[in-house]
Ligand binder design. Structure first.
Ligand code: GDP
Ligand code: CA
Length: 327
């Protein structure tokens, strides 16, 4: 049994996860796929708890996502949202679809009844046949705050959705994360994994919070499985999203080799054994190798399911080459 664990954010994380699931399905091995999701994007709005990255993964794996818009549920309507706006409730620039609100209401109800975040996500996992299991990174509420030059700070979702990341951040913070614990099953999944894959998600606001939960980075370092990462940066730019605005706040250049050095080699107290770079970045491969990380140059554009599946297969092949346990 191949036990694959992916660390992922929302949209980039979903595309990659769908690709890995497809590659595993096309292969001839039994597999169990676990996705450890960022919950730094979570927030309270109009009385309900939102989990944007968990839901992006959930809807994508379930085939329920709106592929045209890029977020939310396919075929959703916005009647409740219109009412909320008429009341002046919520955020006028943040749309909540009706079907999506059903998920938020269910989640909030369970939380109010005393369920943990792990319990809630476990229930979300059961409705559709996902071919994967989503785990939140932690049960603690550690919502990402964005600190600005003027000294103010705001929730990540407000900075991202309302301001389109145009306000220059000085720092991202997940208050209380140093006291957070990995969610149920996270450390066990990493310890039992045959392959650990770092999705090409935002290194600062998607993978940053996951790796900041005490115990998770240590578990990656201690794991028997190889850890293979995929660059979210191709040819010096982000494919989708705004990682280029986030990376400078942690002193990392928007370049595939710089992100690899940021994660660092497991042999140098980091988390990576291997790193996948785009063909456009072939010149950066030696810099990655010099940091003690195996560099592999392959196409990284996840333009459709076949392209994502090819990337997933390549990541698994690199993991094989690294000598995954059980082979
Ligand atoms: P979010 O939580 O919805 O912001 O999504 P993630 O953090 O999971 O992923 C966002 C990142 O995915 C972006 O910063 C991009 O750099 C990266 N990304 C998106 N599409 C692609 C792609 O086709 N190939 C690669 N290599 N990276 C991508
Ligand atoms: Ca996100």
């Amino acid at each position: 049994m191949r036990r694959v664990v992916i660390l992922a954010g929302g949209v980039g994380g979903s595309r990659f996860t769908l690709g890995v699931r497809e590659a595993l399905r096309r292969g001839d091995e039994d597999f169990a796929l676990t996705v450890i999701a960022n919950t730094g994007d979570d927030l309270w709005l109009s009385g309900v708890r939102l989990q944007p990255d968990v839901d992006s993964l959930l809807y994508a794996l379930a085939g329920q996502n709106d592929t045209v818009r890029g977020w939310g549920r396919a075929g959703d309507t916005e009647r409740v949202n219109a009412e909320l706006q008429a009341w002046g409730a919520g955020w006028p620039w943040f749309t909540l679809g009706d079907l999506d609100l059903g998920t938020h209401l269910a989640r909030t109800g369970w939380l109010r009844e005393g369920a943990t975040v792990s319990d809630v996500v476990a229930r979300l996992n059961t409705r559709w046949d996902l071919g994967a299991r989503i785990l939140p990174m932690t049960d603690a509420e550690v919502d990402t705050r964005v600190h600005l030059q003027d000294g103010g700070d705001l929730h990540f979702q407000e900075w991202w959705t309302r301001h389109r990341a145009a306000l220059v951040p000085t720092r991202f913070e997940n208050p209380g994360i140093d006291r957070a614990r990995p969610a149920e099953g996270v450390l066990d999944a990493l310890a039992a994994a045959t392959d650990i894959l770092i999705a090409p998600s935002n290194p600062v606001v998607s993978l940053g919070p996951i790796l900041a939960v005490p115990g998770i980075a240590d578990a990656l370092r201690a794991a028997d499985a190889p850890v293979v990462g995929v660059s979210p940066i191709i040819d010096g730019s982000v494919v989708r999203g705004m990682a280029d605005v986030c990376l400078p706040t942690i002193g990392v250049e928007t370049a595939a080799d710089a992100v690899a050095r940021h994660y660092a080699a497991r042999s140098a107290a980091g988390i990576l054994d291997a790193w996948l770079l785009a063909e456009e970045d072939v010149a950066l491969a030696p810099a990655v190798a010099a940091a003690g990380i195996d560099a592999h140059v392959i196409p990284l554009w996840m333009s459709d399911l076949d392209a994502s599946a090819a990337l997933g297969a390549a990541a698994l092949a690199v993991s094989d080459e690294q000598g995954r346990p059980g082979v």
